[in-house]
Design a protein around this ligand. Structure first.
Ligand code: ATP
Ligand code: MG
Length: 487
């Protein structure tokens, strides 16, 4: 009997036969016994069709193949295809070195020093291409070594090799240690990853203590996959997260910024935040002082409501930007510090209604101080500016003293985000409910205005395309006309 595809309630579901489940189970037992065991899963057994793979990824792989290199789809894309989900991105791995990749793949460049990878730009998508790597302590083909600092963190990790079975031991979790050969559609599974996907299990490869020491980001990645896929974290993988969270302070603040955006902005922000909290990782991400403010029962409700709204936006396919996420997460800190410093500087009672417009410069300074002092996370300057502006807009709108200024604000592009922030905040500040209902008609107007702007833009775009087509046609006619005149 074969594994087969069935349709239930309009969905395509791949069902595995009892016999095949037994094969996967036996393979997992072999992995547990021997550390690694290669299982090749044929297309008839996994059911993934080639049309589910981004044509641009296939084109890049074909380019590498024709230049004599091996190349595969690797990691999350294979995992998501098995789960019948649309992959977020298609990562590629090859035995070509980064320098060889950029020679073969057009529009590509080398990124990073600690971990060199290649980015190939195709339209608005970026394809990440990595080179097979081997473990610390093993010989590399390019005489580069894996370097660790005194805390055990990998500070240089570019020892390339030609072997898939070596590369796989460097991957983070069994569910991500899968390679898909698009030419024959076979999947290579070395650590029982497919078995773990079916059993909804996030399991680290190797000794968790060493793997978290090498790269503490793996702890927050475990949490991210568990929340995003609704999987559980395997006992041994979980055990060290509680005790090793403090290692997150060794991660570079730039990388931490990117990881937080990935953690909280991709549609499962609320579940991820709750799980990070459960593992006590949030104080290591935001620092103890800020986390204490964020974690008060009231502020917790506000942050969770903000994340819920942000997840909704992502699910609805609406733009969701890091600046809005951060302006929600750190708003409780902004408010607390604002009152503290405002009172100290002005000797006035700390109530937002008392705030004077002339003190906007002070707000700006306070906001910038707050953002600069989250030492673990390096928020880029362009994002800092937008966060600061969103907080200042918030204060300006809720003060509502200067009506002329309020009307000016309402006409601004940023008004919708300001309204969203006030609306979310009204879940814990009852006095804002009145302001929300006062502003609601203006918000609706601003939304309509935005819609018409999008339509205008689309119209001018389609007009441009139309003119381009016409120009091409005219050129062609002219050419034909000239040709006809010659004879
Ligand atoms: P997503 O769906 O979020 O893109 P992903 O598993 O593809 O999930 P990426 O960050 O795109 O995650 O990384 C691609 C692959 O690279 C992973 O599947 C994993 O095999 C490997 N990888 C990424 N980060 C690490 C890490 N810190 N340590 C070890 N392997 C990693
Ligand atoms: Mg990926």
């Amino acid at each position: 009997m074969k594994n087969r595809i069935i349709y239930r309630e309009g969905f395509k579901i791949f069902t595995l036969t009892k016999e095949y489940l037994e094969i996967l189970k036996t393979n997992k037992l072999n992995v547990q016994e021997h550390g690694q065991n290669r299982l090749i899963i044929k297309q008839s057994e996994h059911g993934i069709t080639k049309d589910k793979i981004a044509p641009k990824a296939i084109e890049i792989i074909n380019k590498l193949n024709s230049a004599g290199f091996r190349a595969y789809i690797v990691g999350g894309a294979v995992r998501d295809l098995i789960l019948n989900k649309i992959p977020k991105d298609f990562d590629i791995v090859t035995d070509a070195t980064p320098e060889q990749i950029v020679r073969v793949v057009s529009n590509s460049r080398i990124i990073g020093r600690r971990f060199k990878i290649v980015h190939a730009v195709r339209g608005k998508d970026i394809y990440e291409i990595t080179t097979f790597r081997s473990s610390p302590g093993t010989n590399s083909r390019n005489n580069d070594t894996v370097t660790k600092n005194s805390t055990g963190i990998l500070v240089r990790d570019n020892n390339y090799c030609r072997s898939m079975s070596k590369d796989v031991s460097r991957r983070d979790f069994t569910i991500n240690a899968l390679y898909l050969d698009v030419s024959c559609m076979k999947i290579y599974d070395f650590y029982g990853g497919v078995y773990d996907i079916i059993n909804k299990n996030v399991e680290i490869i190797g000794d968790p203590k060493i793997r978290y020491e090498e790269d503490p980001v793996r702890m927050i990645r475990a949490v991210r996959f568990a929340a995003k896929l609704n999987f559980k974290i395997e006992a041994n993988t979980k055990k060290h997260i509680n005790s090793m969270g403090k290692n997150l302070c060794y991660v570079s603040p730039d990388r931490m910024y990117e990881e937080i955006v990935k953690l909280l902005l991709l549609g499962a922000g609320l579940d991820t935040y709750k799980l990070l909290d459960k593992f006590n990782l949030l104080p290591y991400i935001f620092g103890n002082e800020y986390f204490d403010i964020m974690n008060s029962p009231r502020e917790k409700i506000f942050i969770q409501r903000g994340l819920l709204e942000s997840d909704k936006r992502t699910r609805e396919g609406k733009p969701n930007s890091p600046y809005f996420l951060y302006s929600i997460l750190l708003f409780p800190v902004f408010k607390a510090k604002l009152f503290e410093l405002y009172t100290k500087n002005t000797n006035k009672v700390h109530n937002l209604y008392n705030i004077d417009y002339s003190e906007l410069v002070l707000f700006k300074e306070i906001s910038q101080q707050i953002l600069a002092s989250i030492a673990l996370v390096n928020v880029p300057q362009a994002i800092v500016m937008r966060i600061v502006n969103s907080w200042i807009n918030y204060v300006q709108v809720i003060c509502l003293k200067d009506e002329e200024k309020l009307h000016e604000m309402i006409l601004k592009n940023t008004f919708r985000a300001t309204f969203d922030l006030i609306n979310i905040r009204s879940s814990i500040d009852p006095y804002l409910v009145k302001i929300v209902s006062f502003l609601s008609p203006y918000y609706k107007k601003a939304q309509e205005l935005q819609q018409s702007k999008i339509k205008d833009r689309d119209f001018s775009k389609s007009n441009k395309a139309h003119f381009k087509k016409e120009k091409k046609l005219r050129k062609k006619l002219k050419k034909e006309h000239r040709k006809a005149l010659k004879f």
